[in-house]
Design a protein around this ligand. Sequence first.
Ligand SMILES: C[S@@+](CC[C@H](N)C(=O)[O-])C[C@H]1O[C@@H](n2cnc3c(N)ncnc32)[C@H](O)[C@@H]1O
Length: 428
Amino acid sequence: MITYTPEDAAEVMAALIAQPAVTRVNFTGSASAGRTVAELAGRHTRVVLELDGKASLLVLADADLDASVETACVAALLPQGRIGTSSERIIVDRSIAAEFSVRPAERAAILVAGDPRDPEAQIGPLIDAVAADHLTPNTKSGSRRTGPVRPRVSRESGAVEIPLPQQQHLRSNASMTHDGPADHVEQNRRFWDDEAAAWHGPLARDHWAQVEPSWGLWATPESQVSVLPDGIDGMRTIELGCGTAYVSAWLARAGAHPVGIDLSEKQLATARAMQAEFGIDFPLVLGNAEKVPYEDNTFGLAISEYGASLWCDPYQWIPEAARLLVPGGRLVFSRYSPLFALCVPSEGPASTTLSRSQFGLTRLDWGNHVEFVLPHGEMLRLLRACDFVVEDLIEIQAPQHARNYEEVLADWAQQWPSEEIWKARLAG
Ligand SMILES: C[S@@+](CC[C@H](N)C(=O)[O-])C[C@H]1O[C@@H](n2cnc3c(N)ncnc32)[C@H](O)[C@@H]1O
């Protein structure tokens, strides 16, 4: 192996190629360097040029993710494969795999393709007409791969390899992706402490008093949906975004050892008052369900009823749930359905008109709080990327004579699912 500095590259290359022992030169790199190599090698020997790069981009656990996403896109897409540092694959640490399986594709989706003389254009022309012909059918049919790409996990090393998106991305609307400002935690904490806890608190007693658990807006009985896995007795459980913690109370009554985490001091104050009133005690942690202060492999069940499942960034809280669970542990959560999120206007109940587009749907900014509703395909890929096996997705139908809510009328939810329950098992 011969190493050299960039300044010496031309001289070293010329000396090597001129060696009488060299009978063939294989070169991988940029078009400009390739031209020089071809010229030199043409005088002495045979040459094979591969005007491309083969380098893998390695992203370690403590990398700056924003910078890495940017680098991945530049390395893979901007030179359009005609440079030695072009990356064909990204190998990332398992702990950031879920996020990294999505963000480069989304970043790539908003690169602007166009005439290189246009100052707005970020990707110039393709290398030749054949490449353009190859691209045309995809752009004509509106192909847009903004969602996560499926990571491949190496069995031997555990490294996660993320295939790069193709260079087929035109400008898209990215305003509702999970790339939005990361201020949702603080916004939601204020919303719950200053507004929502006050109307939520008085509902707690009835929930705590329930003998049979029931779930969501339509109080779907446990006997109908079997949210709780077998073997709850003695199981350590964590409720992510527990609010007034009645779900954990039900789990405690079933013999589990629950922990509840919530970022609202006021919600937890109600939960503590209920603990005293009902004589059920378990740890209540004030904190963010995207970063839970417990060790890996601690819990047999992670559960969220409209908690982290609605209020946390799915690309944060779902990998976190996977981290907290023992192999084979269960994740169950309920949330609004993506259909509901598409049909609910900025004011009033869900209607029969689509209010927003599904592509890019992840984060809903409501002015004073932020919710997250990932569409089904992306949720499925995210869960799988975090090593979950999805066991069920139950779309809930409102029962006859159900009450109306401000955001959804019973009549609507009798025709379409306004909420859904996911059940998944961590592999292993
Ligand atoms: C609708 S409640 C759901 C909890 C419970 N099922 C209930 O109804 O009381 C939503 C809860 O999520 C909590 N929350 C929002 N963002 C959170 C975060 N980042 N981490 C932990 N809890 C969060 C809120 O404080 C609120 O108590």
